[in-house]
Design a protein around this ligand. Structure first.
Ligand code: ADP
Length: 470
């Protein structure tokens, strides 16, 4: 009984330390907008890198041609082929493949990684058969969708700033990523041109904008998390000569690295960060990314099992970093069986068999606390972008428009496995957005979920860059 009381105390502490009341979320919204501004003024001016993308025109539906995209994500890579007939309705995804990234690649070498990608692409193309584009006399054009921070030097080139999400391939920072892939394709004799290097969020924005021109930002909630948005070029002060015709440019925020003293950082976050491959980096991503939520939950359960006997003897499995994946967290959180059967099964895999129902309920509560914080912080991040572009209904443009009674509809494209597969995450995020923005503004902000938008959108972006040239 005394042990249980101890656990109740720990749970209370947990809830308090993970709390994200509206006041704190509002401070975060302000901090995001302020850091965005600082990152736009000078290189290194903020933890938010606010990277230039050289994307000034987004696809609008008039694009034509056949294009490929290869997407290296955090846990998956995808290859797609799309055909565009000059109208939105004629967008045809001709083929798509998704594979898990073998974990052995994460700390391999650049040659191994890029040869793996090239060989996957080779197989994809060999499958196409004879009637495909290969019989035509045009070279295949590929967009490389890359979900890691890159300093772009043009639409088709850029150097890796650093790895994130558990990747640790040495001697690659500073390398031109598009060149690395092109080299690997050439070595295999593949006649493909890497014509665009696209951050996944930028691909997602392109896809969103293709279908709905009110789309001004895109956010990915997958293994990691990141966002991009459309900014006026005159606000990108650090960029002297933006050379854009549209007057705006997509900015890749790299928001996973956002930091503010207002973030509710807990003991668990501090430990997770200290033991990670990239400590002192990507603080926001470590609170909201799919790679990390499971590990936060694991750390909480481990601590409770160390400080009480409710989980039985301490499980060595439970002491292993990353054994609890976020898909298991959502499965436990959304377990609707009266006996919490799913929770029992997952705990058993973690070396914690036969716990009573009240302990299983406690585990569901832990999942709830961790995911709710993540979703609410994510909502604050999105609201920060809306604030920066004057679409949050508060100041600047927003105020003018509200006095006009003509606030504009704003679409934010969202994708990623965490968002699309975890209903509670989505619900908590929507709820927090309504709290922060208020019902009237929230009604005008459409969160549009997409699937494979970042891959398809990169191909669309490549197509639209061609149609500008020709
Ligand atoms: P990536 O980010 O690796 O390119 P995805 O966008 O598909 O690819 O996201 C995959 C991530 O989504 C996984 O690493 C995991 O963290 C999260 N995820 C996948 N399925 C679920 C699920 N059922 N519940 C919660 N999170 C999930």
């Amino acid at each position: 009984r005394r042990k249980w009381r101890k656990v109740v105390g720990l749970l209370k502490d947990l809830e308090e330390s993970f709390e994200t009341p509206l006041g704190r979320l509002r401070q975060m919204v302000d901090a995001v907008a302020v850091e965005m501004q600082a990152g736009l003024v000078s290189e290194g001016g903020s933890k938010l890198k606010m990277l230039l993308t050289f994307v000034d025109d987004l696809p609008n539906g008039s694009e034509r041609g056949t294009y490929y995209a290869l997407h290296l994500g955090g846990s998956y890579f995808r290859i797609i082929k799309v055909h565009l007939g000059g109208q939105r309705s004629t967008l045809e995804v001709q083929d798509i493949e998704r594979h898990s990234i073998p974990t052995s690649l994460l700390n391999s070498t650049s040659e191994v990684l890029f040869d793996f990608l090239a060989s996957s692409l080779q197989r994809f193309i060999e499958k196409e058969g004879k009637e495909s584009i290969s019989s035509q006399d045009v070279k295949r054009e590929l967009a490389f969708t890359f979900s890691f921070p890159v300093k772009q030097t043009s639409l088709s080139s850029g150097v890796l700033i650093k790895w994130t999400k558990g990747f640790a391939i040495s001697e690659m920072a500073g390398e031109d990523i598009a060149e690395c892939l092109q080299g690997a394709l050439d070595r295999r004799g593949l006649d493909i041109h890497v014509a665009a290097l696209v951050n996944d969020t930028v691909g997602a924005l392109s896809y969103g904008h293709y279908h709905d021109p009110d789309t001004i930002a895109a956010v990915v909630f997958g293994t990691g998390s990141n966002a991009c948005y459309l900014e006026r070029t005159d606000a990108i002060i650090k960029c002297q000569n933006p050379r854009t015709t549209s007057g705006s440019m997509v900015v890749n925020m790299e928001w996973g690295n956002f930091w503010s003293s207002r973030l509710p950082r807990t003991l668990y976050d501090i430990e997770l960060d200290a033991e990670s491959l990239n400590s002192n980096d990507m603080g926001f991503e470590k609170m909201i990314g799919g790679m990390y939520l499971g590990d936060i939950v694991r750390r909480v359960i481990l601590r409770m099992s160390q400080e009480s006997d409710i989980f039985g003897p301490i499980s060595s499995i439970l002491s292993t970093p990353f054994v609890l994946r976020t898909n298991s967290v959502s499965a436990m959180h959304e377990d609707d069986t009266p006996e919490l059967h799913e929770v029992a099964t997952i705990l058993k895999h973690l070396g914690v068999p036969k716990v009573p129902l009240k302990v299983r309920k406690l585990v569901v509560k832990i999942c709830d606390v961790v995911t709710r914080r993540a979703a609410r912080l994510a909502a604050a991040g999105i609201s920060g972008i809306l604030k920066k572009v004057g679409r949050d209904g508060s100041g600047g443009e927003g105020r003018r428009r509200s006095s006009d009674k003509q606030m504009r509809r704003t679409v934010v494209a969202v994708e990623g496995g965490l968002y699309s597969n975890y209903k509670m995450f989505r619900e908590y995020m929507d709820e927090a957005l309504r709290e922060i923005l208020g019902d009237d503004v929230a009604r005008l902000v459409v969160i549009k979920a997409m699937e494979d938008g970042s891959s398809i959108g990169s191909a669309l972006l490549l197509a639209s860059s061609h149609s500008v040239r020709t």
